[in-house]
Design a protein around this ligand. Structure first.
Ligand SMILES: CC(C)(COP(=O)(O)OP(=O)(O)OC[C@H]1O[C@@H](n2cnc3c(N)ncnc32)[C@H](O)[C@@H]1OP(=O)(O)O)[C@@H](O)C(=O)NCCC(=O)NCCS
Length: 268
């Protein structure tokens, strides 16, 4: 009998522990969600940050990465800065960096989580620039020509960086000092970009080379290999799109015509 009692008491202890862990897990996730909401930085809820400009509708997700000298950072409206994105101006916090912004991020930009935008002289991202996660953009490199002095102690050199409106920077890409990327450029994942990239180009590799280009006479050369995605039907509403994302990937009105429409109606 003592064995049975021990078994029962062990089972009871395990069930109690499991219940406690479930409760703690739920509380932790709710608490974290609350922290994320409360800690997100916007122009209405700037927390301790004083950006040179934060446009309406722009949000920096919590937790932020390293952000300092943000008085020299401007971000236009309706941009999303992912979690743990570092945005800095100058070497150290607390410097006077002069009258002009150092980092300018346009409106409608999306900066992927874990990315770094490390400015010392000038980094300009046009409107609607989207980056994947873990992208590194900097306008500064260490000098190395003095063979005696440790490289880290040599005076660095800066070259302004520009990324044209509408460009898309793939995950893990590095944008080096002096890069001037045109409009609507695709930078492939893990590419390392320096120098000039023309408008409407796809660049890939390290160092990044143009692998595809567009011009009005010839279109995309070499021709794009994959099929174009099907466009959304005319007149599709935001509600219908929400229903597609949440419930069903069919396009409203397609096939028998009504699956997603019915779901939307059911939601009301
Ligand atoms: C660049 C990309 C968009 C493909 O564009 P694409 O115009 O369809 O390019 P293709 O697949 O036709 O490739 C063209 C050439 O570039 C090369 N290439 C494509 N992506 C590359 C990469 N990341 N690194 C090195 N070379 C690459 C291809 O091998 C191909 O070379 P080839 O002509 O010698 O065969 C895609 O490869 C990519 O990197 N996407 C980024 C994905 C990402 O980071 N997502 C994060 C979410 S935002």
């Amino acid at each position: 009998m003592p064995i049975v009692r021990t078994l029962l008491s062990n089972r009871f202890a395990t069930a109690t522990r499991d219940r406690a862990r479930r409760t703690a897990g739920r509380a932790l996730h709710r608490g974290w969600k609350w922290l994320q909401d409360a800690g997100a930085v916007t122009n209405r809820n700037p927390g301790p940050y004083r950006f040179g400009e934060l446009g309406d509708g722009t949000k920096l997700a919590f937790p932020l990465g390293t952000v300092f000298n943000e008085q020299w950072v401007t971000i236009g409206p309706f941009s999303i800065i992912g979690e743990r994105v570092t945005i800095s101006a100058g070497f150290l916090p607390g410097l006077d960096l002069g009258p002009e912004p150092i980092v300018r991020i346009g409106g409608g930009c999306v900066i992927g989580r874990g990315s770094h935008i490390v400015g010392h002289q000038s980094i300009v991202l046009g409107d609607d620039v989207w980056t994947g996660p873990d992208v590194y953009i900097t306008d500064q490199a260490h000098e190395y020509r003095d063979t005696e002095l440790p490289i880290g102690k040599q005076w660095p050199r800066n070259e302004p960086v520009e990324i044209g409106a509408g460009s898309w920077i793939g995950t893990g890409a590095v944008i080096l000092p002096g890069a001037r990327i045109g409009r609507n450029v695709v930078v492939a994942a893990n590419s390392v970009v320096s120098g000039e990239v023309p408008d409407h180009a796809v660049v890939a590799g390290a160092p990044a080379r143009v692998v595809r280009r567009w011009d009005a006479a010839e279109g995309w050369q070499p021709p794009i290999r994959h099929d174009a995605p099907r466009p959304l039907p005319d007149g599709v509403t935001a509600e219908q799109l929400r229903a597609l994302v949440g419930w069903d990937l069919r396009i409203p009105g397609e096939d028998d015509g009504s699956a997603a429409d019915e779901q939307v109606a059911g939601e009301r």
